[in-house]
Ligand binder design. Structure first.
Ligand SMILES: *Cc1c(COP(=O)(O)O)cnc(C)c1O
Length: 477
């Protein structure tokens, strides 16, 4: 690529590159000033875009100006410390820069051969992560298992489900064998991606059994066992259980020890989805959430939720990498190479759905090295502590109640006055732009969720949130 062929010379790239970094730094400095949830109406953004693409080149300054003028109003500010909706998509400077370097290198890491560093850094960083979270040794690369970065927990769970399908059918379904009698299990509070995975894997959403939960919203092992036995009695083949550590709805934790025992007894693949909560295990005092993980065949969590690594980054670990590879590998002639044939390298294309892959471990590596394990631990502890403080304020207020047991940095709560007033609190606050909250339904009641985890959220933000919530409920003059 020579300069006279490219719309941007190297010198211009350098100049505008600095300008973009300056723009991002200023944006992040001022992020608290914007309405957290975008206030635009459907179609508002498109109405400002020209119908046709430009025939002639446009100056870069104009592009950046349009980002500010057209795009920014349509942004919901996930990096605002007042973002408490869904689960966070936390980020940090080192992560953004790692991602930028990944774009700058512009590699595609489908095979070890197509950039050895992309594969080897990923393997190594995932071993670090396994160590940091105190995961069972079988998930490390020096065992029969190993880790891989996926774009999302949805993809990780789908890969687990596919491997479970194949293991249960002697690796025949992938060739066209029938998977008709296979059934899978998850709690009624499991993430919707498990159901979507059943659809995509060809097992069918009707064959996902949603197992009732107990009063703490955790899967009931007795109900799981009864469902498996009922399926066996009608000639079906149970193959997969997805257990959640930290459900999206309310942060509940399924009993891994009991589920593991059932999976072992009936020969089912046990997958553990810890998308949000998994990061907490970096602190030894929270490692309890993973009690029983030794029995799992696979495990995933999202550094792009609570480990300050910007989307997308899910860490997926399997105990038996052969099962995964045997499920997903296809070797066309044009990808054949000596390193692969010799079996001496990892080709991560065989560990995921797409062929191509980004150099995602770079940003995770930058985050871990820049924060240090201790730096990550400190933020996690801070988030959990302020969630506990918020929960204490809820408990102390006669108008409000907690709706679920404490769940690390997620607090589920509601006004005692019923669904209408809770809806009003949420709508008022989200429309005010001062903070952003979302909801769930627990025990058939509208329940507000305060999900803490944005990198820079501090006690003062949550203190203000509580004040605003009380004002919006009308309980403060
Ligand atoms: C957020 C979440 C998911 C989905 O995560 P993606 O990475 O967006 O696919 C899955 N499971 C749980 C428990 C979650 O909280």
């Amino acid at each position: 690529m020579t300069n006279d062929q490219c719309p941007m010379t190297n010198d211009e790239f350098r100049r505008y590159g600095y300008a973009v970094i300056d723009w991002i730094a200023k944006y992040l400095e001022n992020v608290e000033r914007y309405p957290v949830m975008s206030q635009v109406q459907p179609g508002d953004i498109r109405a400002q875009l020209p119908d046709r693409p430009p025939d002639d080149p446009e100056p870069f300054d104009q592009l950046l100006a349009d980002v500010e003028r057209v795009i920014l109003p349509g942004i919901t500010h996930w990096q605002s410390p007042n973002f408490f909706a869904y689960f966070p998509a936390s980020s940090s400077g080192p992560s953004v820069l790692g991602d930028l370097l990944s774009s700058g290198l512009g590699i595609q890491g489908m095979l070890w051969l197509t950039s050895p560093a992309c594969t080897e850094l990923e393997t190594h960083v995932l071993d670090w992560v396994a160590e940091m979270l105190g995961l069972p040794g079988k998930f490390k690369s020096d065992s029969a298992g190993g880790g891989v970065i996926q774009d999302s927990a949805s993809s990780a769970s789908l890969c687990a489900l596919l491997a479970a399908r194949e293991r249960a059918t002697g690796y025949e379904t992938r060739r066209g064998g029938l998977a008709k009698h296979l059934v899978a299990y998850a709690s009624e509070h499991a993430h919707s991606s498990i159901e979507k995975g059943m659809n995509i894997a060809g097992l069918g959403t009707d064959n996902l059994r949603k197992i009732p939960s107990d009063e703490r919203f955790a899967l009931r092992p007795d109900a799981l066992q009864a469902a498996i036995e009922a399926d066996l009695a009608t000639g079906r083949t149970p193959c997969f259980v997805s257990a959640a550590v930290g459900t999206t709805s309310c942060g509940s934790i399924d009993p891994l020890v009991e589920i593991g025992e059932i999976c072992r007894r009936f020969g089912l693949w046990m997958h553990v989805d810890a998308a949000m909560a998994g990061t907490a295990a970096i602190c030894p005092e929270f490692r309890d959430i993973h009690r029983g993980l030794e029995a799992a065949d696979s495990y995933c969590f999202n550094p792009h939720k609570w480990m300050f690594t910007n989307f997308d980054c899910d860490c997926f670990f399997v105990a038996d990498r052969k099962a995964l590879i045997q499920t997903l590998s296809i070797l066309p002639e044009y990808l054949r190479n000596q390193a692969t044939e010799a079996g001496s390298v990892i080709d991560y294309r065989d560990w995921q759905i797409p062929l191509g892959r980004r150099f995602r471990s770079l940003k995770l590596w930058f985050v871990i090295r820049s924060f240090g394990v201790r730096g990550i631990q400190e933020r996690i502890r801070r988030h959990v502590a302020i969630a506990q403080q918020f929960a204490a304020w809820v408990v102390a207020d006669p108008d409000f109640e907690l709706a679920a047991p404490e769940a690390l940095s997620l607090v589920c709560f509601r006004h005692r006055g019923g669904d209408a007033i809770n809806q009003q609190i949420m709508d008022r606050l989200n429309q005010s732009g001062q903070l952003y909250l979302t909801h769930t339904r627990l025990c058939d009641k509208l329940t507000l969720r305060l999900a803490i985890g944005q990198t820079n959220t501090e006690l003062r933000h949550v203190e203000r949130a509580w004040q605003l919530i009380r004002e919006a409920s009308g309980s403060v003059a």
